[in-house]
Design a protein around this ligand. Structure first.
Ligand code: GLN
Length: 493
């Protein structure tokens, strides 16, 4: 087996047994990155940095004094500030921004011995579902449509670079952020595992702000256990983020392999939306059967305000984004377009040149929703609906322990197919945004390839701060689904 096909758990065992070195493990991934450069997963590669970190890991392996993630090569979504390494958010406005500080999540991962292969592509400012809004070009999924092998598929978004890189074996795990589905949806479209924890589990400090009341950090990997291991280090209280939770972080890996006998699984009626492709419903039904076969009990639940989730999200999200992005004005950092004229001209020209069309759209919508006269009609109403959506979940959890749904309304679509229709694009978030509005944890697990060779998965939604049940049930689904497909080797790998 090639080193890039190992799980993180397997790699840590191999490193301990001295079957290979951390430098060799990192070099294998650097070679894979060069081979699959066409996928455009990385905006900035930091091979030299990874090898230096790996050499330090090897010293620790030699001395026997190792760290929990020692030598494991990760990719970092380019929305996490990394000290001394360019951080662009896939936007022209931050094209040359080099932070002087490190985000809390990445500093925790590196303190545990993980290495940094580079900064991963994303939708500009994490706004999108397909990684097509990046200033640095779209990411191409490593998966191929069987019926149309020349068609390029989207990896999902906004964490499309993270998901494609993990699926293509260009890193062993990656960070993501999830504001409306950007971890769970790309994980589903690329056949990998993605966890968005409860709002407040991970510090947002040093992560470029998009919509602060919805943004959460999280992790991608190829197995549930690897994801649990990475989450152990990504989570934790941080004094620098007043919204981060002081709750103790359990060892999530302990949940993997625990029986789900007697757990109650909620199946929401309202998620059986019109026009849902048959293959998505069939996968959902398979998931229900797998959970039953593992001893879980299925209960029907109702989340009646689901139909308001997308409109609510697409008011609150742009409102917060327009406010957060006001800081990019050409004065303190980032791009400045100053061609004479007054200060206002400089602001206007800088922002017009620095932001792409989707970012401009959100700023316009958000500014409108927050403006005098419309604030009550849109923003306040959306906040009220958000509360009702949360109450739906609270009620549902009186009857069940977690919820099973599809993560996305379709398998990966073709590049260019939806980018000209923002409403169509926003519909991709129909099963994920409710979770961010309610601040709950969500996990995507890959389950099958569809008849066209494109990955399908399932989403598990948990109670607040109950990631453990998700890892427990996610591992049960993983065991039953036995998904082993490899994007470059077919089903048999
Ligand atoms: N697709 C959603 C949006 O564009 C979610 C993005 C995200 O989670 N970062 O807002």
């Amino acid at each position: 087996m090639s080193l890039t096909d190992l799980t993180i758990k397997g790699a840590l065992e191999g490193l301990k047994k001295k079957e290979f070195t951390a430098v060799e493990l990192n070099q294998a991934h650097i070679d894979a990155m060069a081979k699959h450069k066409d996928l455009n997963c990385y905006i900035t590669e930091t091979a030299g940095h990874a090898l230096t970190q790996a050499a330090e890991s090897d010293k620790r392996y030699a001395s026997g004094n190792t760290l929990k993630l020692d030598g494991i090569p990760l990719g970092i979504k380019d929305i996490y500030c990394t000290k001394g390494i360019r951080t662009t958010v896939a936007s022209r406005i931050l094209e040359n921004f080099v932070p002087t500080y490190e985000s809390t999540v990445t500093s925790q991962l590196f303190a545990a011995g993980a290495t940094c292969l580079g900064k991963l592509n994303l939708d500009e400012f994490a706004m999108g579902c397909s990684n097509e809004t990046s200033y640095f070009g779209n990411v191409i999924s490593p998966w191929k449509s069987k019926s149309e092998p020349n068609k390029q598929l989207v990896p999902g978004g906004s964490s499309g670079g993270s998901a494609a890189a993990v699926a293509a074996r260009l890193c062993m795990g990656a960070t993501g952020t999830d504001t409306g589905g950007s971890i769970r949806q790309p994980a589903a479209l690329t056949g990998i595992v993605g966890m968005k924890p409860t709002y407040g589990r991970c510090s947002r400090w040093g992560i470029v702000a998009f919509a602060s009341s919805l943004d959460q950090a999280g992790m991608f990997a190829r197995t549930v256990e690897d994801t649990a291991l990475l989450m152990n280090h990504a989570c934790g209280h941080d004094e620098k983020d007043s919204t981060s939770s002081p709750r103790e972080v359990p060892d999530f890996t302990q949940s993997v392999g625990q029986s789900i006998k007697g757990l109650k699984v909620g199946i929401p009626d309202e998620y059986r939306i019109d026009g849902l492709p048959e293959e998505i419903t069939a996968e959902w039904d398979k998931g229900i059967e797998w959970l039953k076969s593992e001893g879980a009990e299925i209960v029907r639940i109702s989340l009646p305000h689901t139909k308001y989730a997308l409109p609510t999200y697409y008011i609150i999200n742009p409102a917060e984004a327009s406010s957060n992005l006001a800081r990019y004005d050409g004065v303190r950092y980032g791009l400045r377009v100053d061609e004479g004229g007054n200060l206002n001209d400089m602001y206007e020209k800088t922002r017009a040149a620095g932001f792409g069309p989707e970012v401009r759209r959100r700023i316009m919508v958000g500014t409108y929703a927050l403006s005098a006269g419309y604030y009550d009609a849109y923003y306040v109403k959306a906040q009220k609906t958000r509360r009702l959506i949360l109450q739906d979940f609270e009620k549902a959890y009186e009857k069940c322990d977690f919820i099973l749904t599809p993560p996305a309304p379709s398998a990966a679509f073709g590049i260019g197919e939806q980018i000209d229709d923002p409403i169509q694009m926003y519909l991709n978030d129909v099963f994920t945004v409710t979770v961010n509005l309610a601040g709950l944890p969500g996990l995507t697990v890959p389950t099958s390839l569809n008849s066209d060779g494109r990955p399908l998965g399932l989403q598990l939604i948990g109670r607040s701060f109950d990631e453990e049940t998700l890892f427990r049930a996610g591992a049960a689904i993983e065991k039953c689904a036995n998904f082993k497909a490899h994007p470059f080797k077919g089903d048999a790998a």
